[in-house]
Ligand binder design. Structure first.
Ligand code: AMP
Ligand code: GLY
Length: 423
């Protein structure tokens, strides 16, 4: 079987790596891939833009690709699935209508309200003045969200009213690109976040192991929000009981609500949850794709061949699949980022020590790297140094032993990934 993976992050490297572990998968192509997928055995990078659907389709048809797996949200929201399907290709990833669940927070909120999914109190505004008066009447901290895709930068957790008002003004000034028509003002939830990624064929929905991300740039969960600085799985805070409630109150209700809108959703539904200290949860957001870096800690623990699960989703026979099997143990990843990320950073720095990190027992998934004779940095999040072990102590130990071997100018990483699960 030949598979095409669309995207260039750590998530896509992990997807390609996992898919290639199956004896059924002969070859994986990545569009455009990164320095990691360039050197992976039986994997090849194809230098096409992820939004050039016609060229991607031509390539996939010429190579007789059996399955296209779409990593990032932007091409999904632009309708890559609809286009490739119309050309006769099999695609894992929702169509444009389904991708709205991530691409429009207002659309997703309406769906969640109608489906009676537990969410924070919130209000939507299309003008600044009423949003500001709502802020005046509500408690701090308060959360301000832009509608639309804003690469993780559309949310402000404001601790002062001034900060909240500034966030509202910035959104209506169009600071988040197209995402400037609506503002959501939302109650601030406290607790621990958990990412529940689930596979669905539009009828049946099954969760993968729950994972915990570390969104903030600084140790102790301080500073700016990022795409994610590290993760681990399975997250013990998501107990069996909690996962049963999530299945009933979130996953099943969402699939039913999508069907009621005639949306045939096949791919990953990612629910970002906040679990409060008494064990109650609310949904913060949905994503229409695999999480990054969550995927890098979930897939190493997966026993069932990934392409079998994906094809069952695409061919709408997930219900007939046996339960998903998992390895015992734990997985953790630490992100090595460029100095200055999530703000301004430089690229083009030479990366050393990956072979030594792997010799120390870590698995290294590349994110922002390119192979240009030498391996050099090419993005904010550069590497995901991953440990797979019998328990968290071992997994985290391997990840940190690995990252200590790696170096590039300005490299930054959090030294406290997994502090919630350390003995
Ligand atoms: P979202 O894109 O809605 O997930 O928001 C990105 C991040 O902002 C989340 O992962 C949380 O860390 C934070 N966030 C979003 N909504 C809330 C909320 N209501 N209360 C507290 N934090 C939030
Ligand atoms: N790690 C958060 C995300 O993928 O959205």
């Amino acid at each position: 079987m030949k598979i095409l993976v669309v995207g260039s992050g750590g998530r896509e490297h992990a997807l390609a790596w996992k898919l290639l572990q199956s004896s059924e998968v002969e070859r994986v192509f990545c569009v455009p891939g990164n320095g990691g997928t360039a050197t992976l055995n039986r994997c090849e990078n194809i230098s096409l833009a992820v939004d050039d659907f016609a060229l991607i389709s031509n390539f996939a048809l010429k190579e007789e690709i059996n399955l296209v797996v779409v990593g990032p949200e932007v091409p999904l929201a632009q309708g890559i699935t609809d286009y490739l399907q119309s050309q006769g290709l099999k695609v894992f990833g929702p169509n444009k209508a389904g991708a709205q669940i991530e691409a429009s927070k207002v659309w997703a909120k309406t769906l969640m309200q109608e489906a009676k999914i537990p969410i924070a109190n919130s209000a939507v505004f299309n003008r600044a003045a009423p949003a500001k008066s709502y802020i005046k009447d509500h408690e701090l901290p308060i959360v301000i969200k832009a509608d639309g895709l804003a690469a993780g930068k559309g949310v402000t957790v404001a601790t002062t009213r001034n900060q909240a008002v500034e966030a509202v003004e910035a959104i209506f000034r169009g600071q988040f690109g197209g995402a400037g028509e609506f503002v959501i003002v939302e109650e601030c939830l406290i607790g621990q976040e958990v990412s529940v990624l689930a596979l669905t064929d539009g009828l049946t929905i099954r969760p993968l192991l729950p994972a915990q991300d570390h969104k903030r740039i600084g140790e102790g969960d301080t500073g700016e929000n990022t795409g994610g600085m590290g993760a681990y799985a399975p997250a013990p805070i998501a107990t069996v009981n909690l996962m049963e409630r999530v299945q009933k109150q979130v996953l099943d209700r969402t699939i039913n609500a999508l069907r009621a809108r005639n949306i045939d959703y096949r791919g990953v539904l990612y629910a970002g949850l906040m679990i409060n200290p008494s064990g109650e949860f609310k949904v913060l957001e949905f994503n229409c794709r695999f999480g990054d870096p969550e995927t890098q800690v979930i897939l190493p623990l997966l026993e069932t061949p990934l392409e079998e699960l994906m094809l069952a989703c695409v061919e709408q026979r997930l219900e007939q699949m046996p339960p998903i099997e998992w390895k015992q143990g734990a997985c953790a990843t630490v992100v090595a980022a460029s100095g200055g990320y999530p703000g301004v950073y430089e690229t083009g720095k030479v990366i050393t020590g990956i072979a030594q990190a792997e010799a120390a027992g870590a698995t290294v998934f590349h994110a922002g790297t390119i192979l240009n004779q030498q391996l050099i940095t090419d993005g904010g999040r550069v590497l995901n140094v991953t440990g797979i072990g019998e328990n968290f102590e071992q997994a985290l130990g391997l990840a940190y032993a690995g990252i200590e071997q790696i170096n590039f100018e300005g490299m930054y990483y959090r030294r406290d990934i997994g502090y919630q699960v350390k003995g």
